[in-house]
Design a protein around this ligand. Structure first.
Ligand SMILES: NC(=O)C1=CN([C@@H]2O[C@H](COP(=O)(O)OP(=O)(O)OC[C@H]3O[C@@H](n4cnc5c(N)ncnc54)[C@H](O)[C@@H]3O)[C@@H](O)[C@H]2O)[C@@H](O)CC1
Ligand SMILES: [K+]
Length: 487
């Protein structure tokens, strides 16, 4: 059992793959072994979370997730703890493993009640796991509200009840901000839904126990959790040409700052030279706070041989430059208004697809609304399956797609599993942080990282800066994020 952090990459498996792995493992092991291992891991984590707990409420549901709860309760009782089990299900219809664990809990002397205990130091959510099929209702919904209403920790087994383990969508009340401290112990496999959409908030800190079954995994991952980028040292004999040129195209009237932020981010991410091609005809000619940035009229920049970062604060004016960027930029990041322009113009879409067919490195960085416009979908439709939406965009345009949001998804048009970025937090919910990400990806492309790796590495780094922002520093601003310096 170990805690999942952003320090190491990991494979993720969807529900269908998890069930296949379970079948393979279960057929190779003595009966009930998996559930007993799951319950023991849950009990150990419960004891570590609340070593002095007097009452541990274990809420058990009608399937094998409930069985994990019975087993955990039995193990806790054997160790001198006082679990109180509430069971929402029909004993005669319990799956065999769960039935055996229910009996083990009874034999261990666990207390069973019909109503949750009035006070508890820890709640164990064993109501629904990967078999969740509909929003919790009735007593199940009431119990979930109750366990999350207080400040007591909640330990969810396998997945938080009601969370779709494939997509990270939560069946009920997504806007509820729970008071509880959340931990999830996920079993057998890591599931993508824990790390994107509502999954990160619902799951809290994720622990993983493979139940000793990693050797039974014979299939490829559904998705992957990104790990930190490798830090390639710069050779002494390198020069600014070794790290490439970035040209930011954006900054229409009133939005110059967005382009300067992207430029600053590219500069501080190590690009050799950064040009900022402004679309505002009366724009400044130098940014005295960042004299390294070379400000130009966007129309005058020759993009061949350069990495263009196109769209940051681009307004409608960026549209006329897109055909040239799409046809001449050596590598290209399309962000914000560039994406909106493409979504509204079939001829630009055709050019983007044609660029994709040439294999020229191209990265799209939509937030969910921009992704929805490009796909002709709604934001809700995109968020309902972020992995599928990112992959659909990557396939349609032949471009690496970075679908931003909690648990940013990076997909390309190959068979490689999409990647979910584990870093980042709500500090990034401030204007300009998307421009910074675009600039960071631009810098990675400029030093000739392959587009998929460039996107994964920049997304990880961008979130990591926010994750390590000192608590006592001034609030994160996009400018400070671009400079990587809390100020
Ligand atoms: N599959 C595995 O690999 C393993 C499974 N284990 C546990 O078993 C779980 C999967 O077990 P199951 O397939 O039985 O699925 P669940 O225990 O998640 O629940 C399925 C049952 O809940 C009912 N249900 C679904 N949504 C409901 C709702 N909103 N309200 C009320 N009832 C609802 C279904 O009709 C079904 O009876 C895993 O998440 C994990 O906790 C572990 O014991 C270890 C191994
Ligand atoms: K659960």
């Amino acid at each position: 059992m170990h805690r999942i952090t952003s320090a190491s990459a990991a494979d993720l498996f969807d529900i269908a793959a998890t069930r296949r792995i379970e079948q393979t493992a279960a057929s190779a092991l003595p009966p009930h072994t998996l559930m007993q291992r799951a319950g023991l891991a849950a009990a150990r984590l419960a004891m570590a979370l609340t070593p002095h707990a007097r009452t541990i409420w274990v809420a058990c549901g009608p399937g094998n997730n409930g069985g994990d709860g019975f087993e955990a309760a039995a193990q806790l009782r054997h160790r001198g703890f006082f679990p109180v089990v509430t069971f929402l299900g029909d004993e005669s219809r319990l799956p065999q493993d769960a039935k055996a664990s229910l009996q083990r809990a009874r034999d261990a002397g666990v207390t069973f009640t019909s109503e949750p205990p009035s006070t508890f130091e820890l709640a164990v959510d064993a109501l629904l796991g990967i078999g969740s099929t509909r929003p919790p209702s009735g007593a199940m919904a009431e119990w979930l509200v109750r366990m999350h209403a207080g400040a007591q920790p909640v330990l969810a087994l396998d997945v938080p009840s009601g969370l779709d383990a494939d997509t990270g969508t939560l069946a009920s009340d997504p806007d509820r901000v729970p008071a509880s401290t959340r931990t999830t112990l996920t079993l057998l496999t890591l599931k993508p839904g824990l790390f994107t959409a509502q999954g990160r908030d619902a799951a809290g800190t994720v622990w993983f126990d493979d139940l000793g079954c990693s050797t039974f995994i014979q299939e490829s991952a559904t998705a992957r959790l990104a790990g930190p980028p490798d830090h390639a040292p710069r050779t002494h004999a390198s020069h600014k040409g070794s790290y490439g040129d970035v040209a930011v195209i954006g900054g229409a009237s009133g939005m110059t700052g967005a382009a300067l932020l992207a430029g600053s981010a590219a500069l501080h991410s190590g690009a050799g030279r950064v040009f900022v091609g402004l679309l505002d005809p009366v724009a400044m000619s130098v940014d005295t706070s960042q004299p390294e940035l070379m400000l130009r009229d966007a129309h005058a920049l020759d993009l061949s041989g350069m990495t263009a970062v196109c769209g940051c604060g681009g307004g409608d004016a960026v549209r006329e430059l897109l055909p040239r960027a799409l046809s001449t930029a050596a590598a290209l990041v399309l962000d914000a208004d560039a994406l909106n322009a493409i979504a509204a113009d079939p001829s630009l879409q055709a050019q983007l697809m044609a660029r994709g067919r040439t294999g020229a490195p191209t990265v799209l960085t939509p937030h969910p609304l921009e992704a929805a416009r490009l796909l002709g979908d709604t934001t809700g439709g995109v968020q309902a399956n972020r992995l599928a939406a990112a992959r659909a965009l990557a396939l349609r345009f032949g471009a690496v797609t970075v679908l931003k949001g909690s648990g940013t998804v990076i997909a390309d048009a190959t068979d490689a599993p999409p990647v979910i970025n584990p870093t980042g937090n709500a500090r990034l919910a401030t204007a300009g942080t998307g421009d910074v990400l675009a600039g960071m990806i631009g810098a990675a492309l400029a030093r000739r990282r392959p587009a998929f790796e460039a996107a994964c590495e920049a997304a990880w780094q961008h979130g990591h800066i926010a994750d390590t922002w000192p608590a006592d520093a001034a609030p994160l601003t996009a400018g400070a994020l671009a400079r990587r310096t809390p100020a």
